[in-house]
Write a new protein. Structure first.
Length: 151
């Protein structure tokens, strides 16, 4: 029993030592970055620094706006795209085990629907259900889409 405690404390010390080393490396990199930025900007006036900050902010805001715009409007954009879940066009044939797993998943989804409905029967249950649905707004939609895919 004494050896296990000693071994556990040695493992904890090694983990803490590694965490401390990583933290020190991060602090050194941050310090060097701050010193480098101070050296670069030390010759600039306050007005020119404000102009640079505003230009960088406008550039980054414009780029972020471009990403959002292209994701919402352009269908063949090489940038990010927002799409919906869709069923594959090719019918896939499942083995018996996969059919059983899908049936079990469908049963679990139905049990979860029943659980959510039963939460609405009491005041405390309604609070729990509303809190759950408020924190996960697309939960019911996702469950319905999963059921449609598994049927």
């Amino acid at each position: 029993m004494g050896k296990n405690k000693k071994t556990q404390s040695e493992r904890d010390n090694v983990r803490n030592g590694l965490a401390e080393r990583i933290a020190l490396i991060i602090l050194k990199v941050q310090g060097k970055w701050a010193i480098g930025m101070r050296n670069i900007t030390s010759g600039l006036s306050t007005r020119s620094m404000k102009v640079y900050v505003i230009l960088i902010t406008l550039t980054m805001t414009g780029y972020a706006g471009l990403l959002v715009y292209s994701a919402l409007n352009e269908a063949d954009s090489p940038l990010l795209r927002i799409g919906s879940i869709h069923k594959p066009l090719i019918q896939t044939y499942k083995t018996e085990d996969e059919n059983i797993k899908d049936t079990l998943m469908l049963l679990r989804l139905r049990k979860f629907h029943t659980y959510l409905d039963s939460l609405g029967m009491s005041a405390s249950g309604r609070k729990t259900r509303d809190s759950l649905l408020k924190q996960r707004p697309g939960l019911l939609d996702s469950l319905n889409q999963l059921e449609a895919l598994l049927k």
